[in-house]
Design a binder for this molecule. Structure first.
Ligand code: SAM
Length: 260
């Protein structure tokens, strides 16, 4: 797990300068902030904040007397966030599972496009620890087989006898998300689907393949026969020719109970 976190941090360090070009990520952050609707003068935590796309939007709503704190593993992503954020945003390198904050600090916790990299129950328990009673936790997470590029990658690998787990199966349905909330003693206020269809075809499938090798779900490719792995890679590149990436996501709002 620690090795994977190191790889993920380094991967996002590499992507930092161009990350904000992703229309899909800008859209996803905007949808999440719309549901989160941070109130003026409140304290917001944005976990796995990246370049702060959601944090910056939230900061405009909390206003000068509110605070938005973003944490992430990648220092380069946070440098971009700091450069592009207003003065009421603060950033720190920290792991989403071990936050450097005391209890009962935040009125709202957001996590946009971050959960697939995390141990969701452990991370969310930690967010609940630092949030105030009645606080909201708003997050996005892919539905099962909801990221078309990962799905095509799995199919290409499977054709060579290499089974990749569905990265998004665990939290991929509304039912699973309700179970997660229940297991943590959180209330479900809203879970609904949002879908992104990229107007542009996939730009550089070879790079996407290379990048995906850093993630846990691609582990079986590291141990697979070299020739089979190369055939799977070529098959993926062929299959994604002209493919318009699609993301089918859940957008959810949980709340911490308030004492009776
Ligand atoms: C796809 S980006 C999402 C960034 C941002 N929330 C957004 O919506 O654009 C995922 C981010 O999660 C961060 N991340 C992954 N694992 C993490 C962890 N264990 N703790 C903190 N951040 C993590 C990565 O460094 C990366 O910046």
């Amino acid at each position: 797990m620690r090795r994977e976190r190191g790889r993920i941090g380094a991967e996002f360090d590499r992507r930092a300068a161009t990350y904000d070009n992703s229309a899909m990520h800008r859209w996803q952050a905007h949808e999440a902030v719309r549901l989160a609707a941070p109130r003026p003068n409140t304290w917001v935590l944005d976990v796995a904040t990246g370049t702060g796309l959601a944090a910056r939007e939230a900061a405009a709503l909390t206003g000068g007397d509110g605070r938005v704190v973003g944490v992430d593993l990648s220092p380069a992503m946070l440098r971009v966030a700091t450069e592009r954020s207003p003065g009421n945003c603060f950033y720190a390198v920290a792991d989403a599972h071990q936050l450097p904050f005391g209890t009962d600090n935040f009125d709202l916790v957001m996590c946009v496009a971050g959960l697939p990299y995390l141990d969701a129950p452990a991370a969310m328990r930690e967010w609940a620890r630092v949030a105030r009673p009645g606080a909201a936790i708003v997050f996005t997470v892919p539905r099962a087989e909801g990221v078309s590029v990962n799905h095509l990658m799995g199919r290409a690998a499977q054709a060579e006898g290499i089974d990749l787990p569905d990265l998004h199966a665990k939290l991929g349905t509304t039912h699973r998300l309700r179970e997660l909330a229940g297991s943590l003693g959180l209330e479900v206020e809203d879970i609904h689907r949002i879908v992104w269809e990229d107007p542009e075809p996939l730009d550089d499938p070879a790079e996407i393949w290379q990048r995906a090798l850093n993630y846990g779900f691609a582990e079986p490719l590291h141990t697979a026969d070299r020739a089979a792995r190369e055939r799977a890679r070529r098959r993926f590149i062929e299959q994604t020719e002209g493919h318009h990436p699609r993301q089918d996501l859940s957008l959810a709002r949980f709340t911490l109970p308030t004492p009776a």
